[in-house]
Design a protein around this ligand. Structure first.
Ligand SMILES: Cc1cc2nc3c(=O)[nH]c(=O)nc-3n(C[C@H](O)[C@H](O)[C@H](O)COP(=O)(O)O)c2cc1C
Length: 366
């Protein structure tokens, strides 16, 4: 599970670049401005957020901690920010919505079985999901070598893989008690109807693998639009022309994302491509971004580079794995306090004031 969260695709160069390029992006400190008012709130896709952070879709989270999607959604609600429920979550969307008063956003893959996808969209509507996130960078699956080594994917691992898995389990009695025993059922809550009788995530593998659809085109956005009337965001954009096409196809927002470096390796970091994409479509649609965000300073940097808000993946996955809802809440308060300090020392009173002039060495817009 640690490698599943921590790892990326191929040589993991893009995953590292997401973090490294944010580190190389420097803030421009200015002093002696009146920063007694510092407002982090923002409005994204019709939703009020207390800070420009969203818990992004993370598959299999309920394997990291007991009913982890519910725990994370509660922490998000407490912090006044949205939680995005992944299609491949352990807890189904109804369970997550039932545990919070703010229904989650819903992330959908374009599946081969369009009828099943339509049912999922209807389920998201029925629980009051305000935003649909359509992930489009998974037409095929990138190779994640750590998952192969850990016998999470692929075939023919031999009996030693099973022995290693068994020893690994025995070394983690806390996980057995919290997840394997008290965290049941360990199925994909949104996909149970597709694979009746499935009892473990592995039982869904064949069906899920058969659903990745390499034939998807921009025309499919129209199909989604027919079934989803609310705000629609397309996740997995790295190219300005793709961003324009998403806007033309009727998306209300794009998420500049390389899937946390988990799909095609050797593509640029999101910090690197974001300015050009924001320039191309920022006046027409909302521009969100993710990848490598570990601190509130990273959030401020991506916003100064052109994002309206930022999603986090691993940051909340690690927190929930380590300490459940409380740890996610504490991590979010950490981000909030980082953002507060960064606003003050870049001389800004509000998130909406941030622009490229807050970055060292960039052209000033003031
Ligand atoms: C363990 C894990 C599972 C993920 N599962 C999904 C998923 O089910 N759907 C999706 O659209 N993105 C998924 N992502 C990608 C995240 O939504 C996000 O784009 C990425 O994690 C951002 O990078 P960061 O982890 O550096 O914050 C996953 C990421 C991780 C780390």
């Amino acid at each position: 599970m640690f490698d599943y969260i921590d790892g990326g695709a191929y040589e993991e160069a893009t995953m590292r670049a997401n973090v490294a390029d944010l580190e190389d992006t420097l803030l421009n400190q200015v002093v002696m401005r009146d920063v007694s008012v510092r407002d982090q709130s923002c409005r994204i896709l019709g939703q009020d957020l207390s800070m420009p952070v969203i818990l992004g879709p993370v598959g299999l989270a309920g394997m990291f901690a007991r009913r982890a999607e519910v725990q994370a959604a509660r922490a998000a609600e407490g912090a006044g920010i949205p939680f995005v429920e992944s299609t491949v979550s352990i807890c189904g969307i109804e369970e997550v919505a039932g545990a919070t008063s703010r229904p989650p956003w819903f992330q959908l893959y374009v599946m081969r079985d369009r009828g099943y996808a339509e049912d999922l969209i209807a389920r998201a509507s029925a629980v009051g999901s305000p935003v649909l996130v359509l992930t489009v960078d998974l037409a095929v699956v990138g190779a994640r070598h750590r998952d192969t080594r850990n016998a999470m994917v692929g075939e023919g691992h031999g009996r030693w893989a099973g022995v290693r898995r068994g020893l690994d389990l025995l070394a983690h009695p806390g996980w057995i008690a919290d997840v394997a025993v008290k965290g049941k059922p360990l199925t994909f809550g949104n996909l149970e109807d597709a694979v009746p009788g499935a009892r473990r995530p592995d039982d869904f593998k064949e069906w899920v693998d058969s659903q990745f659809d390499p034939s998807v085109t921009w025309e499919d956005i129209a199909w989604v639009r027919e079934h989803w009337k609310g705000p629609l965001v397309v996740k997995g954009i790295l190219d300005p022309e793709d961003a324009r096409r998403a806007a033309e196809a009727g998306a209300d927002g794009v998420i500049v994302s390389n899937h946390g470096g988990r799909q095609l390796d050797s593509v640029p970091s999101t910090a690197r491509v974001l300015p050009e994409i924001a320039e191309a479509v920022g006046d027409r649609v909302e521009v969100l971004a993710d990848g490598g965000v570990r601190t509130g300073l990273d959030v401020v940097k991506l916003i100064a580079l052109g994002a309206d808000a930022v999603l986090i993946g691993r940051a909340w996955a690690w927190a929930v794995a380590a300490g459940g809802e409380e740890a996610v809440s504490r991590m979010l308060e950490g981000l909030r306090s980082d953002i507060d300090v960064a606003l003050a020392l870049t001389g800004r009173n509000a998130i909406s004031d941030l622009d490229p002039s807050n970055l060292f060495g960039r052209d000033s817009e003031d």
